[in-house]
Write a protein that binds this ligand. Sequence first.
Ligand SMILES: Cc1cc2nc3c(=O)[nH]c(=O)nc-3n(C[C@H](O)[C@H](O)[C@H](O)COP(=O)(O)OP(=O)(O)OC[C@H]3O[C@@H](n4cnc5c(N)ncnc54)[C@H](O)[C@@H]3O)c2cc1C
Length: 332
Amino acid sequence: MSEKACIVGAGPSGAYLARLLSEEETDVTVFEVNGRLASKPCGWGIPYSIDDFMKLPEETILEKIRGYEIFLENSLIHEYKGDVLGYIVDKELLLKQLLEGANIVHRGVDPRKLIDCRLVVDARGHPVYKGRKALALQAEARANIERDRIKIFFFLDLVGYGWVFPGRDGLIHIGAGGFADYDFLRDRVLFLARQIGAEIVSLKGSPIAAGGLRLPGNGDFAVGEAIGAVMPLTGEGIRPGFLSARALYDSLRNGKPYRKSLEEYGLIFNIDIQLRIIRYLENSSPAERRELYLSAPIEVLKRVTAANLTKLEVAGLLARYPGFFRKLVLKG
Ligand SMILES: Cc1cc2nc3c(=O)[nH]c(=O)nc-3n(C[C@H](O)[C@H](O)[C@H](O)COP(=O)(O)OP(=O)(O)OC[C@H]3O[C@@H](n4cnc5c(N)ncnc54)[C@H](O)[C@@H]3O)c2cc1C
């Protein structure tokens, strides 16, 4: 098949769609406003559920994460060491590899003005997303940490969380994100940096499309954060961006409605689960939030953050932990 495809945005969703289209010899041009790939702040973390979908090239994996510590208001409440839970990738290298078969033009464009392309896909990310947004700030910092473990910090006054992830070149990422303003989140990042004795090198922030899927109108095509393909509670957007690109690709090729394709990749269901948890947290008192964090079974935490739950698995978890889920369902 030969056609000229134009993709606007070289983030994970645009880059992966470019890969899929160029593999079948479509002439693909990707427009990217930034001179450098992956310049947006991002923890570069991908949960192990990516393995069900694609094999990450080994050279793009900076760390395999085999453990975590979860803190609530500064007290350790859960700890795990064992199987691989996810990866920290070199996002810049991963995007570069995905884009290898496409022409890259480093220029900002308006997708509506690309009239000589047979297919135009909007992959511009959160600026064009129409739903509710969260905010996430992240510092690059220097500190000694165990590089195969991540730290997650819950706070009773934040619907969101803080994190410490290993980064590239010996640096680490300290972040805080959720439904809060810049000053609040910056204070949390600085607090976490003090807690682990880190020296901050830079601090950047970005909104996250966290209100669920918003599909474009008839005849328009979009992927990734542009349509809200992000897990709204965890802020995970790389793997969902890939999934949405694959769903659009499938729908273009087999004529299946895009929504149906997104549903088949589990995006609609898993985003909905996380939206329900957000609603629960927003409607809860600090005491109820504390109770939820303390009573959350590890198995549930792991599966919700992997965000590839099926309806059958949820039914199984509901049966195993009825008390825990009753709370969520009532308010969520
Ligand atoms: C602080 C922070 C930490 C995060 N950590 C993680 C994490 O650890 N793991 C994870 O999975 N997700 C994380 N995310 C979310 C993740 O970064 C995004 O959801 C993901 O990158 C979205 O991919 P995308 O391709 O849809 O959009 P983006 O990555 O936003 O890419 C859109 C691209 O379009 C370009 N663009 C915009 N306008 C134009 C234009 N007019 N013309 C040309 N180009 C344009 C932009 O420059 C950008 O490169 C984090 C987000 C933040 C803010």
